[in-house]
Design a protein around this ligand. Structure first.
Ligand code: PEP
Length: 246
């Protein structure tokens, strides 16, 4: 199975810039890498057109926790599917931190994503204080359990979990690959105890120089990348580096 490279463009790129970068990605895409582009909501429709007919997949950065409802400003997972999304991030730490998303809400989003037939990417990870207090395992277990409990009865064939230590996101300091691999083992084991098959990604300041060390770990199925995926040069270097390790 080729490694997953999920590009999280956050709110960094306009619609025009997102389409231009998607066109670059299309020119660079390679069988050796499963590339998923996650532009902001406003760019999803145009990026879908830009990658139509290619092997590049489309993902959203978030979704609502219900299929329909009086939820002003929210985006239905059903509508994301209609737009051409096959993946959706849920529980990104920026949303947990900036918007107060709780484990319970993230669990409901995970459930809504699965119910809509999207492949969810549940983002989990400890912050700097939790890390310093030696709580990494407990935080990951709490966040994952809330998600797995919320979907267990839906029996999803597979879900993706991104281990993203908060202190590593956008800081230029990534986790040690052996620590990421250890987290991946415990996440996969916890998922298995809920009868769920999870593939685990690592995210947090991955770049073209570091991606090889993460992909060398068989426990890690791919990477979730913010900063290094948001320019044509960064995207190209990442794809070249991933091709070299597959
Ligand atoms: C992210 O936002 O999920 C992320 C991993 O960002 P960065 O690669 O910039 O650390």
């Amino acid at each position: 199975m080729s490694p997953l490279f999920i590009a999280n463009w956050k709110m960094q790129l306009s619609d025009v810039a997102s389409v231009a970068l998607a066109q670059e990605a299309r020119a660079l895409a390679h069988d050796a890498v499963t590339l998923v582009l996650c532009p902001s909501f406003n760019a999803l429709a145009d990026v879908a057109v830009a990658i139509a007919g290619s092997d590049i997949a489309l993902g959203a950065q978030d979704c609502a926790w219900e299929e329909r409802g009086a939820l002003t400003g929210e985006v239905s997972p059903e509508d994301l599917k209609q737009l051409g999304c096959t993946y959706v991030l849920v529980g990104h730490s920026e949303r947990r931190r900036e918007l107060g998303e709780t484990d319970a809400l993230v669990g409901k989003k995970l459930r809504a994503a699965c119910a809509a037939g999207l492949m969810p990417v549940l983002c989990v990870g400890e912050d700097a204080a939790e890390r310093a207090a030696g709580k990494r395992g407990a935080v990951i277990a709490r966040q994952c359990s809330a998600g797995f409990d919320a979907v267990a009865d839906l029996r999803p064939s597979e879900i993706l979990v991104a281990y993203e230590p908060v202190w590593a996101i956008g800081t230029g300091v990534s986790a040690a690959p052996e620590d990421a691999a250890a987290a991946a083992v415990s996440i996969a084991a916890l998922a298995a105890s809920h009868d769920i098959h999870a593939r685990v990604l690592y995210g947090g300041s991955v770049d073209a120089d570091s991606v090889g060390a993460f992909m060398a770990r068989k426990e890690i199925a791919g990477v979730l990348v913010g900063t290094a995926s948001q320019t044509a040069t960064g995207l190209r270097d990442m794809i070249v580096a991933l091709q070299a390790v597959t």
